[in-house]
Design a protein around this ligand. Structure first.
Ligand code: NAP
Length: 293
């Protein structure tokens, strides 16, 4: 079957686009390589999504997913391996064809790239406080990073853990001033300036060795050092910038006619749920208009 539109990625942007496409009378499907919901499910509390004073990321994602299912939009859980200029989408299992493609593949946590990071991944090292925080109740943990992601991890983890060290490579932070102020008032949080040389331990992580020779003891390390776009499978298309983000025009169309991109796989100033949803609605309506012309 040839779909009017294939949406790659079942995060909030991809799901919003699919809802708009289907409601406008177009046939569409979503391809997702992992779980539905995307990175939003890692948010414990969202307090800037209008209509809800506070909602968890997983509740928000589930209610959008319910709406997608009620619209009868098919979701295939297959990792996309290739997208071609003639709008074919290949997974390990199958090849799909569409008239238009929307890429909504989001981002994933950046890694430090150390061998010992691989060794202790899921054995003390985590990239998601909401997912793994409960494993470290009353234990000593370190959060690495100085942006909003790292500092939000600190806010989430500090009531759970015994002591938390915020380790950042410089002594000024990118995160919002309001968040930094909240953290300064937390009794069980201390601040260390330094860079990770390696993670240490036996089977499980038990510490972090810093480049200046200091050692931090901890049972858990949460890395919040930024994000990278999930776009490596698109590298042959020539639509990525030097950081791997997808380049689009004002209508969210890439340099390839009929291939669009929305959400966090684009380089932009603000990575916010409502902004990704706005891009999705706008992109879907633009595609709908192409069918009328
Ligand atoms: P970010 O703002 O890029 O911050 C990454 C942090 O990690 C920086 O402090 C950076 O240090 C540090 N870092 C990067 N590479 C490192 C390395 N190799 N070793 C050690 N430290 C390293 O990333 P983010 O915090 O994930 O935020 C991304 C975007 O999402 C931002 O625009 C942010 O405002 C937004 N966001 C918003 C919210 C919210 O509004 N509630 C929540 C989360 C994220 P330097 O500062 O020294 O470069």
């Amino acid at each position: 079957m040839k779909y009017d539109v294939i949406v790659v990625g079942c995060g909030v942007a991809g799901m919003t686009a699919a809802i708009y496409l289907k409601r406008s009378g177009l046939s569409c499907m979503i391809l997702e390589g992992k779980m539905p919901g995307g990175q939003v499910v890692e948010n414990d509390k969202i307090e800037n999504y209008p209509g809800f004073v506070s909602i968890s990321g997983s509740d928000l994602a589930l209610s959008i997913l319910k709406q997608v299912k009620e619209q009868g939009i098919p979701i295939c859980y297959e990792m996309v391996e290739e997208v071609t200029k003639d709008k074919k989408v290949r997974t390990a299992k199958k090849e799909y064809q569409a008239n238009y493609i929307i890429l909504a593949t989001g981002r994933k946590p950046r890694m430090l790239g150390l061998e010992s990071e691989e060794k202790y991944r899921n054995k003390g090292i985590s990239y998601c406080a909401v997912c793994d925080g409960s494993l470290y109740k009353k234990k000593d943990v370190v959060v690495v990073g100085g942006g909003d992601s790292a500092l939000e991890m600190v806010l989430y983890l500090s009531p759970l853990v015994k002591h938390l060290t915020l380790l950042h490579r410089r002594d000024t932070y990118r995160a919002k001033d309001t968040t930094i102020e909240k953290i300064k008032n937390l009794k069980n949080v201390s601040f260390v300036t330094g860079e990770v040389k390696e993670f240490t331990g036996e089977d499980q992580l038990n510490g972090i060795l810093l480049k200046d020779g200091k050692k931090l003891s901890c049972e858990g390390a949460f890395l919040g050092i930024g994000q990278i776009p999930n776009t490596s499978f698109l590298s042959s298309l020539g639509i990525l910038d030097e950081e791997g983000y997808i380049k689009v025009d004002k209508d969210y169309e890439t340099a390839i006619n009929g291939i669009y991109a929305i959400g966090d796989c684009l380089k932009k100033e603000y990575y916010q749920i409502v902004i990704a949803m706005g891009e999705a609605a706008s992109c879907a309506l633009t595609i709908r208009r192409c069918f009328d012309e």
